[in-house]
Write a protein that binds this ligand. Structure first.
Ligand code: FAD
Length: 335
C-alpha cells in the first residue's frame, strides 16, 4: 500500500534545500508501488515528475501534480553482470562492485545520486561514462504505466545526454551493467594519471582499488561538500566544439585546455576555465555564489532562493557569451 502525502515540502529532497512543495508526493519501493502511484495520477489526470536523490535538480516553484521519488532497492550479480534497482545509491554500488571483484566503475566513484538517475544524464567522470557499461534497463512509461526493456542503443547516450532528458515520460526502475572480472583500469585522464604518479603509483599498473581511492581523494579536494555548501555539482555542461569553433575560441584564449576526441574530431573544453578566466570564481551575489574551489559549481547559502540562483547563472552565461561567443548550457534539471 503506498502512502501519498499532500502539499509535501521537498526541502529535504533537493540539494539546494529550496522549500517548494509537491501537490502529491509518493516514495515508491517497488515496481508494483510505482504502478499504483502512476495509476493514481493517471486517474486524476495530473502530470508526474520523477525524483531520485535530488542532487541534480533546481526547484524553482511548487510542483502541481505528482512527484514520484524512486527508492526501488536491488543488487544482484550474474557472472560479470549486475542488476541494480533504481533507488540504490550510486557510490555505494561502486564500492560494492569493487568488494565483489567486479571492475569498471572505479572512475565513477563518489558521484552523488541514485542508480536510476545515472543513465538520465549519462553520468561521467575521469574519462568514463556509465553508457560504456550499461547493457540494458527497465523503465515504466508514466503516461501508459507499461514496463519496457530498453537496450543501450535505444537510450541514445552522448555527453551528459540520453533519451531520458529529451522525453521525461520514462521512469527507470532497474539497470543492467556489464563489468569486468579482469582488474583492467583506465588511467588516461590527465589529472587522475598525475595524481597516481604523485602518489608513487605507476598509472599502467594501478589497481581498480587505487583508482577508486585516487578519484575519491581528487573529488574531495576539488569539489565543495554539498551537505555543507549546498550545490548540484557542475552547473553548466562542458563544451563540445567542432574544429572551427574551437579554433576561434583558442585564438582568444591561447592556454585553453581541451581534449580532442579522435573518434569524431570534436574538442571538449572545460567551462570552469572560461568562468574562472572571466573573474567569476568565488564571486558572490546576494546569498548565492560561485565556489572558490571550482568555478563550475554554484552554491546557495542560507537565505537564498531559486530566483537568485537562476539570476546568477544567467548573468554568468551572458558574460561568457559576450566574451567568447559560446553559449553555456545548464546541466541540472530545472523544475
Ligand atoms: C557534488 C556533486 C558532484 C557531481 N559530480 C558529477 C560528475 O562527476 N559527473 C556527473 O555526471 N554528474 C555529477 N553530478 C550530478 C549528479 O550526481 C548526477 O546527475 C546524478 O545522476 C543525479 O542523481 P539523483 O538521484 O540525485 O537525480 P535527481 O537530482 O533526483 O534527478 C535528476 C534528473 O533525473 C531524473 N530522474 C531521477 N530518477 C529517475 C529515474 N529513476 N528515472 C528517470 N528519470 C529520473 C529527474 O527527473 C531529473 O530530471 C554531481 C552532483 C553533485 C552534487
Amino acid at each position: 500500500m503506498i502512502e501519498i502525502k499532500q502539499n509535501h515540502s521537498l526541502k529535504e529532497q533537493n540539494n539546494f534545500r529550496f522549500d517548494h512543495k509537491a501537490e502529491f508526493f509518493c516514495e515508491v519501493h517497488s515496481v508494483e508501488e510505482s504502478h499504483e502511484f502512476i495509476d493514481y495520477c493517471l486517474n486524476k489526470n495530473i502530470p508526474i515528475k520523477l525524483l531520485g536523490d535530488g542532487t541534480n535538480i533546481v526547484l524553482t516553484r511548487d510542483i502541481e501534480g505528482g512527484v514520484l521519488k524512486v527508492s526501488i532497492p536491488g543488487r544482484n550479480i550474474n557472472r560479470n553482470e549486475v542488476n541494480l534497482g533504481a533507488g540504490e545509491n550510486w557510490n555505494e554500488v561502486v564500492l560494492w562492485s569493487l568488494e565483489n571483484q567486479l571492475f569498471g566503475l572505479e572512475n565513477l566513484s563518489l558521484i552523488p545520486g541514485s542508480v536510476g538517475a545515472a543513465p538520465v544524464q549519462n553520468i561521467g567522470a575521469y574519462g568514463e561514462e556509465i553508457s560504456s557499461k550499461l547493457v540494458s534497463l527497465e523503465a515504466l512509461n508514466i503516461k501508459t504505466n507499461e514496463l519496457i526493456l530498453m537496450t543501450n542503443k535505444e537510450c541514445k547516450f552522448s555527453y551528459r545526454e540520453s533519451i531520458f532528458k529529451k522525453k521525461d515520460d520514462l521512469m527507470i526502475t532497474s539497470i543492467k551493467l556489464k563489468l569486468s572480472k579482469e582488474p583492467k583500469v583506465n588511467t588516461s585522464y590527465k589529472s587522475l594519471k598525475n595524481y597516481l604518479i604523485k602518489d608513487d603509483i605507476n598509472p599502467n599498473r594501478a589497481t581498480p582499488y587505487q583508482v577508486c581511492r585516487a578519484v575519491t581523494s581528487i573529488r574531495n579536494q576539488i569539489l565543495p561538500d554539498f551537505k555543507v555548501e549546498p550545490n548540484v555539482g557542475s552547473f553548466f555542461k562542458n563544451l563540445i566544439l567542432d574544429e572551427m569553433t574551437f579554433n576561434k575560441l583558442k585564438k582568444k584564449n591561447v592556454d585553453l585546455p581541451h581534449f580532442k576526441n579522435p573518434k569524431d574530431l570534436t574538442y571538449k573544453v572545460p567551462v570552469a576555465f572560461l568562468i574562472e578566466n572571466a573573474g567569476w570564481k568565488g564571486k558572490k551575489q546576494g546569498n548565492v555564489r560561485v565556489s572558490e574551489k571550482h568555478a563550475l559549481v554554484l552554491i546557495a547559502d542560507k537565505g537564498s532562493n531559486s530566483e537568485q540562483l537562476i539570476k546568477l547563472s544567467s548573468v554568468i552565461a551572458k558574460d561568457i557569451y559576450e566574451k567568447t561567443q559560446v553559449e553555456l548550457e545548464v546541466e541540472p534539471k530545472i523544475f
